[in-house]
Design a protein around this ligand. Structure first.
Ligand code: GLP
Length: 260
């Protein structure tokens, strides 16, 4: 696992957007897995700026969703489908035809989950999956004690995650209890995992993810099992890393051609 400590969230966004741009040069129709929440927004802003400046052609890129609420009516502005379309897909000049996600309003949720895993495989697999991290160490909506081999499935949110996400809704009562999330096993199939965490509130989860044991209680620790996982953190999110100086020195000495 590579840890990159950046001065701030904007620098993290620029670094990851540059890696996505490199990928799209190598593979113009790459499948990009996107995450919701506040953390990845600087990545999307940097990508959108590159497209606006004509420094990047994303016209053949494909975008897929990591997770979704269950039971919100179709088109609800806080469904993750609506959020990703609004914040990523349309600002990049793409349309829904370039986009795929699980159907959180399906009658048969189990079938929708299995369909989504099949669709990801049929699309050739995710080339680069962006991840945020919950304060409890979750990735996607894989809450603590998720199976490290899990596939896309329904999960129940912890109260902590519902409280964390209540800011997007009018009240806590409106935050769904159930979600569909790519499983940890599904996420680990992406060719490159890139997690961005910023702010002090994430410092403990980041330390456990990077320097703790691989354990279902900290779902993001499963990144240690992936051959190409990059964790990008700002100084605040890095503040509990024992090996921070080592990570800084390693990245400073890294040959430029390697990228992240
Ligand atoms: C939600 C999403 C996660 C995201 C997390 C953290 O739970 N399902 O994918 O990583 O929020 O969000 P934020 O980046 O806003 O802290």
């Amino acid at each position: 696992m590579e840890i990159v400590i950046v001065p701030d969230a904007a620098a993290g966004g620029e670094l990851i957007a540059a890696a996505i741009a490199d990928l799209l040069v190598r593979k113009p129709d790459a499948l990009l897995g996107v995450a919701t929440g506040s953390s990845p927004l600087p990545i999307y802003q940097a990508l959108i700026a590159k497209v606006a400046n004509q420094a990047l052609d994303v016209s053949r890129a494909r975008i897929c969703q990591l997770d979704e609420y269950v039971g919100l009516p179709q088109g609800h502005p806080e469904s993750y489908r609506a959020v990703v379309l609004r914040e990523v897909v349309r600002p990049l000049g793409l349309t829904e035809t370039s986009f795929m996600g699980p159907d959180g309003s399906a009658e048969d949720i189990a079938a929708a989950c299995a369909d989504y895993d099949r669709a990801l495989a049929a699309a050739g697999g995710v080339d680069l999956q962006l991840l945020g991290i919950g304060t409890d160490g979750h990735i996607g909506f894989n809450e603590p004690c998720s199976s490290l081999a899990s596939r896309t499935r329904i999960k129940t949110l912890t109260q902590q995650t519902r409280v964390d996400n209540a800011r997007f809704f009018d009240s806590l009562d409106e935050v769904p209890h159930h979600v569909i999330t790519q499983g940890i096993g599904t996420i680990l199939e992406a060719r490159h995992l890139v997690l961005l965490a910023t702010g002090e509130a994430k410092a403990e989860a980041v330390a456990q993810t990077v320097e703790g044991p691989v354990a279902g209680i900290v779902p993001a620790s499963a990144l240690q099992l992936h051959p190409h996982a990059t964790v990008v953190v700002d100084e605040a999110a890095a503040s509990k890393l024992k090996l921070a100086d080592y990570f800084r020195a390693t990245y400073a000495a890294k040959p430029h051609w390697q990228g992240i």
